[in-house]
Design a protein around this ligand. Structure first.
Ligand SMILES: NC(=O)c1ccc[n+]([C@@H]2O[C@H](COP(=O)([O-])OP(=O)(O)OC[C@H]3O[C@@H](n4cnc5c(N)ncnc54)[C@H](O)[C@@H]3O)[C@@H](O)[C@H]2O)c1
Ligand SMILES: N[C@H](CO)Cc1c[nH]c[nH+]1
Ligand SMILES: [Zn+2]
Length: 441
């Protein structure tokens, strides 16, 4: 069912290790070639392109590109109370964690009258993408909206693919989650076209509502499939983005004490997102590797989305990797840089402390990834495709800029004047020194 890679007895350099590790056949770069014309089309033709592209990719031509406000409140009124309770609990926990994330300003006195301060300023307007192709993601509304709200962003717009079953509007629970969080600007636009709309803005007309206008945003965040991730990569520079949060990945570092059924179910849970999902088990225990493989053979056919899961788990992006020991296991998970990493070993907290690269780490047998997907309080929008080596999951920082503020007195500047002039002249930029000297002549 799932590929096996045996690294026992092999001493590999980080580069060799990276080459051996499972990765998907089609990456963000390949998808970028496909989405570049979509972005171009949206930039040139605005609302009419958005409608045409929805028809082509989502199988529905939305009547309202901008969701009417009354449809948001109606979705909340008809929301199943149990689901509402779950969403509200998730909002509470995610808000508590994100409020604690706000970085503090600071001020440093370098000499009498010489001060450098740093403060954090939220971006003004953000576009939050909420996936809705194979599955729909009200939980992603919470992750993105709460993080932006806790950062202090004033204008929030959400976009999610139009659903044939909901008159071409996004899924009702997505609309209800927006209403719960007080978001009123919601678009029935999905995929790369939504990213283009946020990056460049779009105008046009709505058949029933008159003029259509989506103003460009400063930052686009949110998860999505490979096309969404590619579109975000292409508009970076026009706008800011969070990490590339593409097709889901789970890696599990487990020893012989882990429960093979739980490990198998955790791998399946993330395989359920998409055939492109990656599931990787890293273990020094040959017995656990065999037991998990056997459990997958039994459990995959029983799960609701068996075909999707089977494709994900048997693809080149998924594998069971057998290692010599936990030391080598840590090298493997660090080289892989998974979106989610579960540690299911003895002394899991100590092992987790040693991990250097992962989007989020889930420690011990009772912190499975689906807990974080919905309600742990952590954010589930996380870097994929190795981006965890250099970027973080979504958080208030994704919407903030650090600005340094410099304030020196005359005496404090004079104390440095000769040294500034010397360095400026050495750079052959003497006007810099002149600007300083003039103040003391
Ligand atoms: N990394 C994370 O933080 C995270 C979190 C949640 C979900 N996810 C991932 O988000 C993804 C959701 O994917 P999805 O497909 O269900 O929804 P989606 O909303 O991301 O993508 C649907 C859109 O893809 C576009 N599309 C489909 N086929 C296309 C093609 N051939 N060319 C161009 N565009 C095309 C369509 O416009 C459609 O609206 C999954 O891969 C899931 O694993 C990741
Ligand atoms: N596992 C996904 C992140 O890759 C998040 C999610 C939302 N709903 C269920 N799961
Ligand atoms: Zn998930």
């Amino acid at each position: 069912m799932i590929n096996r890679i045996d690294l026992r007895g092999r001493s590999l350099s980080p580069r060799e290790l990276t080459e051996i590790l499972p990765r998907p056949e089609i990456g963000v770069e390949d998808a970028a070639e496909k989405v570049a014309p979509i972005l171009h089309d949206v930039r040139l033709h605005g609302a009419s392109a958005l409608r045409d592209l929805s028809e082509r990719f989502d199988g529905v031509r939305p009547v309202h590109l901008r969701v009417p406000t009354e449809r948001l409140s109606a979705a909340l009124e008809t929301l199943d109370p149990l689901v509402r309770d779950g969403l509200e609990e998730a909002i509470r926990r995610v808000r508590t964690v994100h409020a604690a994330q706000r970085p503090q300003p600071f001020s440093v006195d370098l000499a009498p009258g010489a001060q450098v301060r740093q403060r954090w300023i939220p971006v003004r307007r953000v576009g939050l993408y909420v996936p809705g192709g194979i599955a729909v993601y009200p939980s992603s509304v919470i992750m993105s909206v709460v993080a932006a709200q806790e950062a202090g962003v004033r204008e929030l717009a959400v976009a999610s693919p139009p659903q044939r079953e909901n008159d071409g509007l996004p899924h009702p629970t997505i609309l209800a989650a927006c209403a719960l969080l007080g978001v009123e600007e919601v678009y029935a636009v999905g995929g790369a076209q939504a990213i283009g709309m946020f990056a460049y803005g779009a105008t046009g007309s709505e058949p029933q509502d008159g003029d259509f206008l989506c103003e460009p945003v400063d930052v686009i965040t949110g998860p999505g499939n490979i096309y969404v991730a590619a579109a975000k990569r292409l508009v970076r520079g026009v706008v800011g983005i969070d990490s590339e949060a593409g097709p889901t990945e789970i890696a599990i570092l487990a020893d012989g004490g882990a429960d093979p059924t739980h490990v198998a179910l955790d791998l399946i849970s993330q395989g359920e997102h998409t055939p492109d999902a990656a599931a990787v088990l890293v273990t020094p225990s040959v017995e656990l590797a065999a037991a998990v493989d056997a459990r997958l053979v039994d459990l995959v056919p029983e799960t609701k989305h068996a075909a999707r899961v089977a494709q994900a788990l048997s693809g080149p992006q998924s594998a069971i990797i057998v290692v010599d020991d936990l030391e080598q296991g840590l090298d493997v998970v660090d080289s892989y840089g998974a979106e989610h990493l579960e540690i299911q070993t003895a002394d899991a907290a100590a092992v987790a402390e040693r991990v250097q690269s992962a989007g989020a780490i889930f420690v011990g047998p009772y912190s499975p990834v689906p807990l974080g997907d919905y309600m742990a309080g952590s954010n589930h929008v996380l870097p994929t495709g190795g981006c965890a080596h250099y970027s973080s999951g979504l958080g208030v920082h994704s919407f903030l800029r650090a600005v340094q503020v410099v304030e020196y007195s005359a005496d404090a500047l004079q104390e440095l004047a000769d040294r500034i002039v010397a360095v400026a002249n050495d750079e052959d930029l003497p006007a810099h020194g002149e600007a300083i000297k003039a103040r003391f002549q």
